[in-house]
Design a binder for this molecule. Structure first.
Ligand SMILES: [Zn+2]
Length: 287
């Protein structure tokens, strides 16, 4: 049953029956089911006896030996043998090609890892693997949630800042007669400034509620061990921290102080130039 092509392809539970080249020279691999488990109802676990119909699925897969291959898996839809089972029928599935999957699990994992571990953008990973942006985005989310801890480790110094991301999206709310924002371009990032955890979270919006929402979702013990919070001089963040982390010392990082001081000096310089010379600075003489 197990032939060389099956071993080379390495898709557990699937047998390579033959390989043909299509008109463009791309190998097309005809697959059959080689796993008894695929014949058991996913709901009740009973082994099916009666075939309902045959179907063909063409999941995308990783290249083999650097070449794109096309998979063509002819599989059965079975009647469940248990009369009381709510699942009347089911199609065969294997771990690498779950029911209704349009790509193999290993292709999905490779696309997610390309973004998470290899630092590819979602656009690049989608192009490299020949799949769409939303599929790669979902694969990345699945990859990240499997490896990230559910809760961050303790953080002594927490950093909070706003991040501008993408474009805002609006929808027309006919009931209220106004436009409402459905995706905010402003996000709030939380990071670990004293430890090595880096970015802990990024939440949409830049309101007090966005900050308090993420912080109150953490366990009380986690919030208590935060000793200091570094923010820009934004009153929204300040009031959020005062509500949720009243014990923490508020710190303004020196980048934002220098930025504010520079802006003040610039304003004074512009005003003085205007009142003394009656004009703005020039390219050759910016004052
Ligand atoms: Zn069943």
């Amino acid at each position: 049953m197990v032939n060389d092509t099956t071993r080379l392809l390495g898709l557990d539970g699937l047998v390579a029956e033959r390989v043909e080249l299509d008109v463009t020279g791309v190998p097309v691999v005809d697959l059959s089911t080689g796993c008894e488990q695929a014949r058991c109802c996913p709901q009740c676990g009973q082994r099916a006896l009666k075939v309902k119909q045959w179907t063909t699925t063409r999941p995308r897969d990783l290249p083999v030996g650097g070449r794109t291959v096309r998979l063509r898996w002819r599989k059965r839809r079975w009647y469940c043998p248990t009369p009381a089972c709510p699942r009347k029928s089911f199609t065969e599935q294997v771990a690498q090609v779950p029911a209704r999957a349009r790509l193999t699990s290993r292709l999905r994992q490779a696309a997610g890892a390309a973004v998470a571990d290899a630092g590819r953008t979602i656009v690049q990973a989608a192009r490299d693997h020949g799949i769409s942006w939303p599929v790669v985005a979902a694969a990345f989310t699945a990859h990240a949630s499997a490896v990230l801890p559910a809760e961050p480790e303790p953080v002594a110094v927490l950093g909070i800042d706003e991040v501008r991301r993408g474009k805002p999206h609006w929808i027309w709310n006919a009931h209220a007669g106004s436009w409402t924002v459905t995706a905010d371009r402003w996000h709030v990032g939380f990071c670990d400034l004293s430890g090595g955890q880096g970015l802990l979270a990024q939440v949409e919006g830049r309101t007090t509620a966005a900050v308090t929402g993420w912080l109150t979702a953490r366990p009380p013990a986690w919030r208590e061990q935060v000793q200091a919070v570094a923010i820009d001089m934004c009153t929204v963040f300040k009031s959020a921290i005062r509500q949720v982390l009243p014990h923490a010392v508020l710190v303004v990082d020196h980048f934002h102080i220098v930025q504010l001081a520079n802006r003040a000096v610039t304003e004074v310089r512009r005003r003085m130039t205007l009142t003394q010379r009656g004009r703005r600075g020039r390219g050759s003489d910016p004052e």
